[in-house]
Write a protein that binds this ligand. Sequence first.
Ligand code: HDD
Length: 669
Amino acid sequence: MTDTPSSGAPDQTEWLTTSGGVRLRETDRSLKAGERGPTLLQDHHLREKITHFDHERIPERVVHARGAGAHGTFTAYGTAETVTSAGFLAEGRETPVFVRFSTVLGSRGSADTVRDTRGFATKFYTEEGTFDLVGNNIPVFFIQDGIKFPDIIHAGKPHPDREIPQAQSAHDTFWDFVSLHTEAQHHTLWNMSDRGIARSYRMMEGFGVHTFRLINAAGETSLAKFHWKPKLGVHGLLWEEAQMLGGFDPDFHRRDLADAIEAGAHPEWELGVQVFPDTPQQTYEGIDLLDPTKLVPEEIAPVQTIGRLVLDRNPDNFFAETEQVAFHVGNLVPGIDVTDDALMQARLFSYVDTQLTRLGGPNFNQIPVNRPHAPVNDMLRDGFHQDEVHRGVAPYHPNSLDAGCPFLAGDPQGAFLDNPVRVPETAKQREQPASFDDHFSQPRLFWLSMTPVEKQHIVAAYAFELGKVHEPAIRERQLQCLAEIAPDLCGGVAAALGLTAPSPKGELADPDPSPALSMLGGSYPPDGRTVGIVVGPDSPAEEIDGLCAALRGSLMMPMVVAPTAAPLGGDVAVQRTFSTARSVEFDALVVADGAAAVGSDPHVMLLVEEIFRHGKALLAWGNGVEVVATAGIAVPAPGVKAEESSSIAAAELPDLLGAHRSWERFALA
Ligand code: HDD
């Protein structure tokens, strides 16, 4: 757990050279006319060094600018072979991948823990070409047609006059748009849930959002939605934690991902599909599969797992890999095709287009992280940053000069097939189906599927966000939308804002709740969870060392928190001092024997009090129990325990962390 890279350090054993490979005698002083004289234009090394530096930055992504990436492997179970001929989904096939997680609204340097949708983009370097699954951690989208993308993003980004607020949805333009353009209400409700403030990239579901068309070896088609299911469960921060982390550790998610991989706690997901018959209506149980603001509950279309993703290698260089990776919804392989979803269709254009500006030309697929692992033999030529030295004289087809090559492939050679889907005879029109006008029944389904504590968080999130909206008409319009979703949700938010809850104007739908939409329940491995260990100057060093080793052995990440940075007992490393530690960095706190010597140190009191208030596991042994009592916390309480020894604490932690928090500690109104 360091801020230094794990690998890829410059080779200190070689000579320093210019970019032309000439060895350098000096790089700290410019070439001048005498000791005190002016700098000479002749100094080619100075000019090269400064010029290159002047051009180090490239435009950040217009959306999803803030992100973190990792390498890994996808292993297919073979269970998808009945529905798709995609080679990388054949049983046992291993495919290298690069994944980039992101927030949507913030700029490159913004904080990780803001309330926002998270991007979950996966590049599969398959033997049949690159397949990109460019999804989010929310299964529905704000808009039904890509032509609205600039509108939602302009509304969500900082106000154009002062360029504030950064990476926030709690402002007038966002709520102005989503309350007017009510198809955004479903996605917005997910944002207001704890999905909008993920605990970790490792603890998020991922969704391809759109419906895809799968084609099997016999040429039969079906429609499908992709899901990523995290091994560690789906967990959120509390809003207070998210806000505090924005200051204490704006890199929280980036650090969490890199540290976990470095510690061997390799994040894992299973890829799953919901499969639907490919009927002319393209609906399932009345749900329009081409409407990306709608999901299909797992209870009526189970997610069938088809493979496993493990991320096990951090990038060597952030810019080269995470910044320059370029995803494209049109990177498809035989066996997987797009549908007529109007959101997806617009994306097919946007992703290549944006790289032309961002990566400076059309050859971005030659950048190492974007290079296909399948052989490439295209007829694209020249352009900025062309790395290939193409041979031959006839980059056109047909030709007779380069032996009439390259050949075109057919089915047996694995050529991509644009599936010959029938297009109904119809008129060109700027219209959409009537079912797309239903904007409230699915948000209502989501709300009805939440547990009481999740509902409480959602009400608080709306109250915060709308509390930051200045224009009364926008608040009132959004309250009207909430009334159409659920009067109890609307009532809770209205009460917090000091407003009267409006009545619904439409009829409320009566969907069956979908328990799969709730984040609560289940028990998960503690991989990569951080555990703070508060010690005093005389805490038993050997025992603390043993506790750290035991936690590491179970893939948890201990952090010793001591009065000073001096190693405990001379050789147990201290990761945080009382003045540098803050509770939000930890998933659990252990107060060690010997900690009582620090008395009621305000930093320690705050640590213990916040850990308790945030429902996190709090264990103590020996006189550490006195510290918990001094902080005013009764022992035992749910998730608060006095242990007989450090080894019992180590054994208890996985179970306590497995449930993420002691939810019983949150009093429900
Ligand atoms: Fe997008 C980036 C996900 C709709 C246009 N998008 C981008 C990334 C993710 C998504 C995860 C970051 C990729 C990376 O890490 O480099 N976008 C989505 C999802 C959508 C969606 C799940 C709806 C289901 N996007 C969408 C629309 C448009 C775009 C409708 C335009 C019509 N998205 C872009 C873009 C970006 C992008 C401007 C910015 C950087 C990039 O592509 O490479 O082209």
